[in-house]
Write a new protein. Structure first.
Length: 420
């Protein structure tokens, strides 16, 4: 492919810049036009990679874990990666978590996580989400105004996850702070990561002494039954960290993006007056059109191959363009919004390394409960600023709002949000 103006082939696209926040759909269209379904990109420090934009190509990559491996040790760029590279938390080197485990051991590890999450009672999960949602709303419902990102969406998922994992409730607020510090990626990121890691290690030690009916205890019971070939405490702690990070921020953005859609699109106005079917439709449309997880790192080619007309070399990094693939005109021929029951999106990934189905169910219960409780308590919610002024975080990886200011008629606190 060549540039019409110069006749030269377009160069790699930097995977940074404001357009990933302001107009990602248009940017992905341009990348697909210039490069096809697999585009060359540059990560921080001009590190090369491929971004898989095509729906069919993404399906091919995620369905073939042998050719396109999750083993990051295959990466041919490790000699060029400095110790302080800012994306190291996203592309781990010699990490003992499930993210980089492959083969039969990954299968067993994924089954352990899925079974632990399946053991969570769905009615108790919903009750936990309702309790924490009421507590958070009680903090601002009397003011008549709030930022639904900082005061609600960014606080709810991690509190619920902390409870079902087995943390005492009094540790919840500190976990919220640590998780959000780590995700912000600024000066407090390392401290947040360290707090989360030490908290998980203490949780594992506590559950060895006093197991309960929680996710951490279930995973430790599996560890014991597996014997010498089981998983170490470090592996379980790493997996709990991965599960909490992967479960918190995308769910928080799912809540925020869904509320933005419902507050700015007349098609969903009925949901603000109790129309629960519209809540589900808005959430599903967000997974297609505004998915919280836009791009994922990644997969590594285990040998030289062809993909989407590109020559991919052994050890090349392929980034999964989930948001771009969801909008691929080859499969979305009419371009219309998908608000029905069509769930063939890539919002949760695909293949053996996709988000486990029980984890998806947990995220959906937390997100939908959070939205429904908010609309029940504050049915006259309205934006406090013009919709065009709503800003996104400047990230090519996760798509979410920096804030969502709203106004409403002040209401008294409930009798339910009494947790501190």
């Amino acid at each position: 492919m060549t540039c019409p103006a110069t006749g030269a082939a377009p160069g790699p696209v930097p995977l940074s810049g404001p357009r990933f926040a302001t107009e990602p759909a248009q940017l992905y269209r341009e990348m697909r036009r210039d490069h096809g379904p697999v585009a060359p990109v540059l990560l921080d420090g001009d590190v090369p990679a491929w971004l898989v934009l095509g729906y069919r190509e993404l399906h091919q990559v995620t369905a073939d874990p042998v050719l396109f491996s999750r083993d990051s040790e295959l990466w041919n760029q490790w000699p060029n990666i400095p110790a302080d590279w800012p994306l190291l938390p996203m592309i781990g080197h010699k990490q003992p978590s499930i993210l980089y485990t492959v083969g039969e051991r990954h299968t067993r590890r994924a089954a352990m996580i899925a079974q632990a999450l399946e053991a969570v009672d769905p009615f108790e999960l919903k009750a936990h989400a309702e309790t924490f949602a009421d507590e958070l709303i009680d903090r601002f419902c009397g003011k008549g105004a709030a930022d639904l990102i900082a005061e609600y969406a960014m606080l709810l998922p991690v509190r619920v996850l902390a409870r079902i994992y087995g943390f005492p409730d009094e540790q919840g607020p500190a976990l919220v702070t640590a998780m959000n510090d780590m995700i912000d990626g600024r000066e407090r990121a390392l401290a947040g990561q360290q707090h989360l890691a030490s908290s998980m290690a203490r949780l594992i030690a506590d559950k060895h002494e006093a197991p309960g009916e929680d996710v951490a205890s279930y995973m430790l019971r599996t560890q014991l039954t597996d014997g010498a070939d089981g998983f170490s405490d470090e592996e379980i702690a790493q997996d709990l960290m991965v599960m909490m990070a992967a479960g918190h921020q995308p769910t928080a953005d799912w809540i925020g993006n869904s509320l933005r859609l419902m507050l700015t699109d007349d098609r969903f106005a009925a949901s603000l007056f109790g129309g629960r079917h519209s809540v589900a439709e808005a959430m599903n449309e967000v997974l297609w059109e505004d998915t919280p997880t836009q791009n994922v790192a990644g997969r590594w080619a285990s040998r030289d191959t062809q993909l989407g007309g590109r020559r991919v070399h052994a050890g090349d990094l392929l980034l999964l363009g989930l948001g771009a693939a969801n909008a691929d005109p080859q499969v979305r021929t009419d371009g219309s919004a998908l608000t029905g029951g069509n769930s063939a999106h890539f919002a949760f990934g695909h293949g053996e390394h996709r988000c486990p189905f029980p984890a998806q169910e947990v995220a959906e219960v937390v997100a939908r409960t959070g939205i429904e409780v908010l609309l029940d308590r504050l049915p006259d919610l309205d934006l406090a600023v013009p919709a065009r002024d709503l800003a996104r975080r400047p990230s090519p990886w996760l798509r979410g709002l920096t804030d969502l200011p709203v106004i409403f008629n002040p209401t008294p606190a409930s009798a339910f949000g009494d947790l501190k």
